[in-house]
Design a protein around this ligand. Structure first.
Ligand code: URA
Length: 436
């Protein structure tokens, strides 16, 4: 077998066998196939697609490219969630502490930002001292003791995904359903949770732009999860505008804290509550979704979820004071108001452009090696459907470089359309998929 022939086969629309897919995945993981050939292969997959069997074979080859984490030493039904990627999506930081406060073990493997979307690991690193590189022993110990651990992908957990993910990020090959399904499900299968809840984002800030595409991705992932013996649910949620008010790493952690204090923005709170409720249901801790929501709400009103967040931060080497005193988060040098181009109603948002605006400020990666600035980002005071006035700011930009702030302002203004007539708003939960 040789890589040139396999690139050519996929480029010409051929179907790859399990052996061929395994050859590619193992070769790239071991370093015998170079970045440029995998880049070409990914682009061929992007244009030609993969059939369901190829997607399953790719997922399993990636899951088996390293070790599979054995979580049998953790007592109870382990739950995990994963999002397909969005702008302003900080739900993991809200859901983890709520579930842990209900004594449901959350063993979560998270990623870094990808393209215009953010990643939980980058966000957590804005907390002083916070470590995301946990050993297997630490990870298991933390889940057993405080019921929550969030780790970055370790070198030997689905290493093929780690390499491919970084390459996709800089070769415009992220938004393909087979590549996303294999990326997410390989990590989920390798990281050993019993129940998986997937947040499949749809809309202008998501990798899937239509409900049909999102549903196909959701069903593919649910069927891979079920095949591997895991209870898997998918919730399709709106990503036609950022989720919540904040976009940017440190800013998003502060917004998550606000939700855990019971002062969260409505759409963000709704998505976090819905995902968490299905995790509670999947773990067998509640009979109905209503009961699950009630239990979760109580973790917020009692302060238990916030306390759990602080405990979790401390257990991973972070400074727990940040959680009770968010004013300690590092700050950007400049906070600049953004005025809308005219008065009217916010009618549409090209949400990936909002993500790019944050990336331009330094909040995302332009190349594999880019260092991100954790302090920068955007605060949105208005949402789709809201009335805006050209004399009042509708957003603030947080930045450390005046030139970048001006570039980000242009992108943010271009991201929004404003019209004279009132706009009907869309529900944030689009569809719930409990079986493939
Ligand atoms: N999240 C992942 O882990 N992988 C993707 O491909 C997209 C989102």
């Amino acid at each position: 077998m040789n890589m040139y022939d396999l690139i050519l086969k996929k480029r010409n629309g051929g179907v790859l066998s399990k052996e061929e897919i395994t050859y590619i995945v193992m070769g790239y993981t071991e370093g015998s196939i170079p970045d440029y050939q995998i880049s070409a292969f990914l682009m061929a997959v992007y244009f030609q697609g993969m059939n369901p069997q190829e997607t399953v074979d790719l997922t399993l080859a990636m899951a088996d490219s390293g070790e599979r984490l054995d979580l049998s030493e953790i007592q109870g039904v382990k739950v995990d969630k994963h999002s397909t990627g969005g702008v302003g999506d900080k739900t993991s930081l809200i859901i983890g502490p709520m579930l842990a406060a209900l004594d449901i073990p959350v063993a979560k493997m998270s990623g870094r930002g990808l393209g215009h979307t953010g990643g939980t690991i980058d966000k957590l690193e804005s907390i002083e001292g916070f470590q995301t590189g946990l050993s297997r022993e630490q990870f298991i110990h933390n889940v057993n003791h405080i019921k929550l651990a969030i780790a970055g992908q370790t070198a030997n957990l689905a290493p093929a995904d780690k390499k491919i993910y970084a390459l996709r990020d800089v070769t415009a090959t992220v938004d393909n359903a087979s590549l996303i399904a294999a990326s997410i499900m390989s990590k989920k299968l390798a990281s050993g949770a019993d129940v998986i809840v997937l947040d499949v984002k749809v809309g202008s800030g998501a990798f899937m732009q239509t409900l049909e595409a999102a549903e196909e991705l959701a069903r593919t992932m649910v069927s891979i999860g079920n095949m591997a013996g895991k209870k898997t649910y998918a919730i399709i949620t709106d990503m036609n505008e950022p989720l919540g008010e904040m976009v940017g790493n440190a800013l998003e952690v502060q917004e998550a804290i606000q939700v855990l204090r019971g002062q969260g923005e409505a759409r963000l709170t709704k998505v976090a509550m819905t995902l968490a409720s299905y995790m509670v249901l999947g773990a067998g801790k509640a009979e109905t979704i209503e009961k699950a929501e009630e239990m979760l709400q109580e973790t917020i009103t009692s302060g238990k979820a916030l306390k759990k967040f602080a405990q979790f931060v401390q257990a991973q080497g972070g400074n727990p004071d940040y959680i009770y005193h968010p004013e300690q988060f590092p700050k950007a040098d400049y906070v600049e108001p953004v005025y809308p181009t005219r008065t009217g109603y916010l009618s549409a948002c090209r949400n990936s452009e909002v993500g790019m605006s944050s990336l331009v400020l330094g909040g995302g990666r332009e190349t594999k090696e880019s260092q991100i600035d954790l302090t920068v980002g955007i605060r949105l005071l208005k949402h789709l459907g809201d009335k805006v006035d050209d004399k009042e700011p509708f957003a603030y930009l947080y930045g450390n470089d005046k030139g970048k702030i001006e570039a980000a302002r242009m992108r943010l203004l271009n991201a929004y359309s404003i019209q004279d007539e009132p706009v009907e708003t869309q529900p944030v939960i689009k569809k719930i998929i409990l079986e493939a």
